[in-house]
Design a protein around this ligand. Structure first.
Ligand SMILES: C[S@@+](CC[C@H](N)C(=O)[O-])C[C@H]1O[C@@H](n2cnc3c(N)ncnc32)[C@H](O)[C@@H]1O
Length: 319
């Protein structure tokens, strides 16, 4: 795939809030979702002595970040194309532990705004939706060709929280039998025609949740997030902080749950006379409630409206 990196478009969200939640003088930084390197650039400007390592599964994002970071911060960065589940290999390669880790989940505006990436119900393009378009994983059109009715309904319910999942599924499966869907416009129009006009919400395309569900399925996003949450504690220094920005409840819920689990010491049932689980707290959630964008940021960058930042601080020492 051609990589056009000069005009990579993405406005990072909650940058000031991220910087306000850094540990003291972080020397090593890890960005798990480089995108256009907005958060990375802000971190490197704010911490002039720090080194940054970063990954993204999207080759276009990696190339754009590499160019931007090497130009502005020569010798301070190393960025690679990898997905979360491949991060352990790179952490090993870089031989570092990190004082601060950021993961800004979901997709970039660049991915959404390029018709050829196939993420947008507003721009016609091939129904792709792979964050790494060079991967051998099935794209969204191929997924629709092999998925059965039961699985598709479950995908729309679980990953889209789509109330009309059953109806939309029937229409898609029917259509697949005769004339498989190949483009984003075909899918968007089909879903829109399935939902009676009186149920269309103003300002909300009726295919929004169907596209969200397929994108999550195509990229295995929730499995990837679960893996990331499992592996990250090993990569942070004592006293280090992890910041995660999520954009919908399917992302935020596991983050919140994981932070609670890390925070909680013993999880034995209360009736037991003594602890048998041996579990210890490994740190604390820095804020009880997630940090949200200010009204000014939302009006400047509407994408920030649904963003939630949660920060976890790992313990300085073990008990
Ligand atoms: C919201 S954007 C990040 C934007 C970035 N913080 C910036 O300032 O430009 C999310 C990025 O995460 C990447 N991404 C999503 N899931 C990923 C995964 N499992 N592994 C690696 N990168 C992933 C996407 O390709 C996308 O570029």
């Amino acid at each position: 795939m051609e990589t056009s990196t000069d005009n990579f478009q993405h406005v990072p969200v909650l940058v000031e809030e991220m910087l306000a939640n850094l540990p003291e003088q972080p020397a090593t930084l890890l960005d798990c979702t480089l995108g256009g390197a907005g958060h990375s650039s802000a971190l490197l400007s704010h911490c002039p002595e720090a080194q940054l390592r970063g990954i993204d599964r999207d080759p276009v994002a990696v190339e754009a970040s590499r160019q931007r970071l090497e130009t502005r911060f020569p010798g301070r960065t190393d960025v690679r194309q990898a997905r979360f589940s491949e991060l352990p290999a790179y952490v090993k390669l870089w031989r570092l532990r990190y004082d601060f880790v950021i993961a800004d989940l979901g997709m970039s505006s660049e991915q959404l705004q390029r018709a050829e990436r196939g993420f947008s119900f507003l721009l016609d393009g091939p129904l792709d939706m792979r964050m790494d378009p060079n991967s051998s994983d099935p794209n969204a059109a191929q997924l629709l060709q092999k998925i059965n009715e039961h699985e598709l309904r479950r995908c729309l319910r679980e990953y889209g929280e789509e109330r009309n999942a059953a109806k939309i599924t029937r229409t898609i499966i029917e259509r697949q039998r005769t004339n498989p869907i190949r483009t984003t416009a075909e899918l968007a129009d089909l879903v829109a025609s399935t939902i009676p006009r009186r149920f269309h919400k103003p300002g909300f395309h009726p295919a929004t949740l169907t596209f969200q569900a397929l994108r999550i399925a195509v990229n295995g996003e929730l499995e990837e997030l679960e893996t990331l949450l499992n592996i990250l504690p090993d990569f942070l220094n004592p006293g280090g902080r992890l910041a995660i920005i999520s954009f919908h409840s399917l992302e935020d819920r596991p983050v919140k749950k994981q932070f609670r689990e890390w925070e909680q010491p013993c999880t034995c049932p209360p009736h037991l006379p003594y602890c048998i689980c041996g579990k210890q707290s490994i740190g604390r959630a820095v804020n009880r409630s997630p940090i949200m964008a200010t009204e000014t940021e939302v009006s400047d960058n509407p994408r920030s409206r649904s963003a939630k930042l949660r920060v976890f601080e790992f313990k300085e020492w073990s008990d």
